[in-house]
Design a protein around this ligand. Sequence first.
Ligand SMILES: Cc1cc2nc3c(=O)[nH]c(=O)nc-3n(C[C@H](O)[C@H](O)[C@H](O)COP(=O)(O)OP(=O)(O)OC[C@H]3O[C@@H](n4cnc5c(N)ncnc54)[C@H](O)[C@@H]3O)c2cc1C
Ligand code: FES
Length: 307
Amino acid sequence: MRSPHGNAPRGYSEAGLMENSFAGGGPVETQARIVSMNIEQGGVHTTLLYAPEIALRAVPMQFVQVKVAPLNDPFLRRPFGLSRISPEEGIIGITWATVGRGTSLMGLWREGDTVSVLGPLGNGLRTDRVLRTNPGPHGRRPVWLVAGGTGLAPLYPLALSLGPHCRDITVLYGARTAEALMDTSLFETVGCKVTVATEDGSAGVKGRVTGPLGHLLASFNGPLSSNPPLAVACGPTPMLRAVKAMLRDTPVELYVSLEERMACGTGLCKGCAVKAAPPRSGYFHVCSDGPVFPAGEVLLGGEGQGA
Ligand SMILES: Cc1cc2nc3c(=O)[nH]c(=O)nc-3n(C[C@H](O)[C@H](O)[C@H](O)COP(=O)(O)OP(=O)(O)OC[C@H]3O[C@@H](n4cnc5c(N)ncnc54)[C@H](O)[C@@H]3O)c2cc1C
Ligand code: FES
């Protein structure tokens, strides 16, 4: 399978805001000690892991592959975005929902256990580069973080690192019901404006997250083109597709973080291919070329078919 990047070296990132894991010294496999396991609002677990080598190397939006059980059953590791990165404490966090066998086994983890973690993997968004495209004493360029479901979790390290430098970060977060909403208070603590939407209207705005996104877009009518926002979206593919369609003909610069089923997580098995958007041909691999892509560079699940 041909990569649209051709023979570009590892660590190469066409869009200057991203950095591949190999540029930071490469991923490491480590036995990480579970520091804490908490069940949080929305029924998700947050697991903090002592993994100093990974915490030192990771940038926001990268992910790790975890071995959910000590023996090789299940054989494949499971990928999770990083919901905490603390190089000072040597700690990383993953925030995860129980969906199948692997995550059910993760529910058996206990504080003090050790688990094998491989990472950091994939590219991430380098905060310093985001800020370089975000001139002015307090980052005049607005940043929009758009999330659905557990897609909120990996956006927190990004918000945390941008928070002191940007005065205008908006988080738009959607879930099906109030019960399924994850806690957004950490984002508020770092100065983000948060709007939530639920499909049944049981909390926040009724409907999908694209509703508040439309309002935000309309409110930027005038200054939008002189000061285009940077948007990062993370969540289910249909949400990403809708956000992309909505921002397509606007000056907003959109990055999407993709989730595909993964085996190796390092670019070897070719199992996580997504089609490159025209005029390119070929495939990207979400684990090694992503998970973050400029939205215009990839076709999102069925997008472009029949065109
Ligand atoms: C880069 C990346 C980052 C991720 N970050 C997070 C995160 O921060 N929090 C979180 O809760 N989940 C995250 N996921 C999804 C997570 O990896 C899956 O939920 C997990 O692997 C499911 O394992 P399982 O054995 O429990 O489920 P399985 O028994 O393997 O599958 C159960 C169900 O989940 C679906 N599923 C399995 N793997 C994926 C996947 N990779 N993407 C989408 N659907 C999947 C299956 O289609 C099936 O419907 C991420 C995935 C990727 C690729
Ligand atoms: S999971 Fe193997 S190439 Fe991406």
